[in-house]
Write a protein that binds this ligand. Structure first.
Ligand code: ADP
Length: 468
């Protein structure tokens, strides 16, 4: 699978380069061929036009082409010997204009026909006296004397076919070399690029397999911010969350087992003692065991509620509720417990009605959890105050106490499941370690926020806000 992606990319790259090179070679070849024949044709025609006046002048002297052969071939040798000294452009006709013309046209064939298309001169001397062929007529230049046609001139490239072919062969050779070079470069680039593209994907696959096999610490090194880099980053984020979830799941399992062990072993010990006759079979003994079953069922109920809330599967039965009335009801329920503990329980509930749309039962549970904590952790003689006020965040309910407070480094953890600042004291006070976690989930399910301000030795203030 991974080799195939690498292969696919490489092949696609090479295919594109091959197609591009072939197209380029084809177009370049066509342009070169067309350009060359245009250049040759136009060059020959230009030559013919430049020579034409000399020939017309010759004709004008005698109104005949007689002797044109001698005129044109005369003095060829003497002019040819000066070729290097003077060059064609500077002195094309030399001392003897006719001979100079032929020398100037070296490498080209000159054919001159009279007005009746009979060839009167052929520099190759092959066609003199013959009719001018139909095939050369398009490239001939008519010779006019006072607007009367007196003949026509054709200048053709000597060995034209060969030269053209040589030129085109060279062009093709160059193109083939360029194509070969391009393909080699493309191959190298394709292999490097494909490897660079597929190697992070290979690493991702290996890491994903590792996670599937339970190795949650798998991460991929991220390089670059391109799509693959972003994928690797998302993968790492996902792996991190999976690892955290796995750790939390394990910790929760261990916590639950630990929490169940205490009440269960108390019940077991009590029952065993009574069965063995070590403990008297009296209501007081049975009551101790019964109390532990209550602890157990509260723990199970708390866990159920928490897991439902965390999975956002808790169904809220919202109704318009006056928070003042609701809080007062909870406080009234706790008053006997406060009195029993010698705690001064106060309320600061405003006269205006604090109407919010909430599930009253769940809201009561939040207030009860906060209040029961406050009452359990303060000492006799301390005060606990429940207050309501309106703020930007909505309606705020706070439970403050003058109890022991919470250490700054413990504060960020108090809303975590099973987190206890003082393990033994909390457990002996009947806490499951889930009260604040449940309160937080319930408040957040209502779209609200909960927080704590506390200082060790100076008391704590737990507040939650419900949007109005
Ligand atoms: P618990 O069932 O142990 O009370 P909670 O989740 O309700 O569990 O509280 C977590 C921990 O936060 C408690 O164990 C306790 O140490 C601390 N805590 C909560 N409320 C108060 C408070 N009002 N004063 C001091 N400590 C508190």
């Amino acid at each position: 699978m991974r080799a195939s992606l690498f292969l696919k990319l490489t092949l696609a790259f090479i295919l594109v380069v091959l197609a591009g090179t072939a197209l380029m070679a084809f177009l370049a070849n066509r342009s070169a061929t067309g350009g060359l024949s245009l250049y040759v044709d136009r060059g020959s025609e230009l030559h013919a036009r430049r020579i034409a006046p000399v020939l017309v002048a010759y004709y004008a002297q005698q109104y005949s082409w007689a002797g044109i052969g001698e005129f044109l071939t005369q003095g060829v040798r003497s002019d040819a010997s000066r070729r290097t000294a003077q060059g064609p452009a500077r002195r094309p006709f030399g001392r003897s204009p006719g001979g100079g013309l032929l020398w100037w046209l070296a490498g080209q064939r000159m054919i001159l026909a009279d007005a009746g298309n009979r060839i009167v001169f052929d520099s190759e001397d092959e066609m003199t006296g013959q009719e001018l062929g139909e095939d050369v007529r398009p490239s001939m230049v008519p010779l006019l004397l006072r607007n009367q046609p007196i003949g026509s001139l054709v200048i053709a490239q000597f060995d034209q076919g060969d030269l053209e072919q040589q030129f085109l062969d060279r062009v093709n050779q160059g193109l083939a070399l360029a194509a070969l070079g391009t393909i080699v470069i493309a191959l190298v680039v394709a292999v490097l690029l494909s490897r660079q593209l597929t190697s992070p994907i290979r690493r991702l696959t290996a890491a994903a397999r590792g996670i599937a096999a339970g190795r949650m610490d798998q991460r991929v090194s991220v390089s670059g911010r391109d799509e693959v880099g972003q994928l690797a980053e998302s993968f790492n984020e996902m792996a991190g969350k999976l690892q955290l979830g796995e750790t939390q799941r394990r910790r929760m399992l261990a916590d639950i087992a630990h929490e169940l062990r205490n009440p269960l072993s108390t019940i077991q010990g009590n029952l065993e003692g009574m069965l063995d006759g070590v403990l008297p079979l009296e209501p007081a003994q049975v009551a101790t065991a019964y109390d532990q079953t209550l602890v157990l069922s509260r723990l199970v109920e708390d866990l159920r509620l928490l897991s439902l809330a965390e999975a956002r599967q808790l169904r809220l039965e919202r109704s318009e509720t006056d928070l003042g009335v609701l809080v007062q009801g909870v406080v009234d329920n706790f008053r006997p417990f406060a009195q029993e503990r010698g705690v001064d329980l106060r309320t600061r509930i405003p006269a205006w009605s604090a109407k919010v749309t909430v599930d009253p039962q769940r809201m009561s549970q939040v207030v009860a959890n906060l209040l029961s904590n406050a009452l359990r952790y303060v000492a006799s003689g301390d005060a606990v105050t429940v207050a309501i006020r309106q703020s930007d965040a909505g309606t705020e309910v706070s439970v403050s106490d003058s109890g022991p407070g919470i250490d700054a480094n413990e504060l960020p953890h108090v809303f975590e499941r099973f987190y206890r600042v003082e393990k033994s004291r909390s457990r002996s006070a009947g806490g499951s370690g889930l009260g604040l976690a449940i309160a937080k989930e319930l408040v957040e399910t209502h779209g609200g926020r909960i927080w704590v301000e506390s200082q060790a030795g100076k008391g704590s203030k737990f507040t939650f806000a419900i949007p109005s």
